[in-house]
Design a protein around this ligand. Structure first.
Ligand code: SF4
Ligand code: SF4
Length: 189
């Protein structure tokens, strides 16, 4: 993933300091993230109003954000293949064009915020669609990361999550719960 000069000109937001847990070289050789089978995939990334404004200031097209007050990005048809891609994804280099200002939803991955199976609680889980997660050798590292992210959400991101309940996705049986973070935000996706 690229480092774009002068990224520090852009306003810092809660969660920006979360580290990328999967090594960059692993991600650059992977074909899972940032690509989606359907245009309206519920997995396309969610941007808060602040994240939207920052992404546009960084160079993303305003047309990619149909809900600038907070919502999921508008996907683009894959230029060379089937399905859809995030419009910020460069399919030739596999890089995110807004990497320094990517939203919390992308920063968390392969962790994911979702409802529990009963639809009552907010759960932080590890997405086994990520091949790095499926390798048992990475489990201790990922569990430590989940604890770090859980603490970060509890201490500094709870207001963001409650202001943006659509950040919390539907229950997915291939996302392995690591932590329950209390009741769901008041309004649901
Ligand atoms: S699925 Fe996992 S390994 Fe693949 S790009 Fe996403 S985070 Fe990286
Ligand atoms: S914002 Fe960047 S990291 Fe997130 S889905 Fe789009 S290209 Fe991928």
């Amino acid at each position: 993933m690229s480092t774009i000069p002068h990224a520090d000109r852009f306003r810092a937001l809660p969660g920006d300091d979360l580290p990328q847990i999967v090594p960059t070289d692993v991600c650059l050789a992977c074909d899972v993230c940032c690509r989606f089978p359907e245009r309206e995939s519920f997995l396309r990334p969610y941007f808060t109003a602040e994240e939207t404004a920052r992404a546009i200031a960084f160079g993303a097209s305003p047309e990619s954000f149909p809900q600038p007050a907070g919502g999921r990005i508008r996907l683009a048809p894959h230029p060379d293949g089937e399905g859809f891609i995030c419009p910020c994804f460069d399919h030739r280099t596999q890089e995110c064009a807004i990497y320094p200002v990517r939203p919390l939803d992308c920063r968390l991955y392969p962790l994911s915020l979702m409802r529990d199976e009963a639809g009552r609680a907010l759960v932080l889980g590890l997405d086994t669609k990520c091949p790095y997660v499926r390798d048992p050798a990475h489990a201790p590292r990922l569990d430590a990361y989940a604890r770090l992210v859980g603490r970060t959400i509890e201490s500094g991101l709870r207001d963001v999550v409650h202001a943006h309940p659509d950040l919390v996705g539907r229950y997915q049986d291939d996302v392995a719960p690591r932590m329950t973070l209390g009741p769901l935000p008041s309004s649901r996706p």
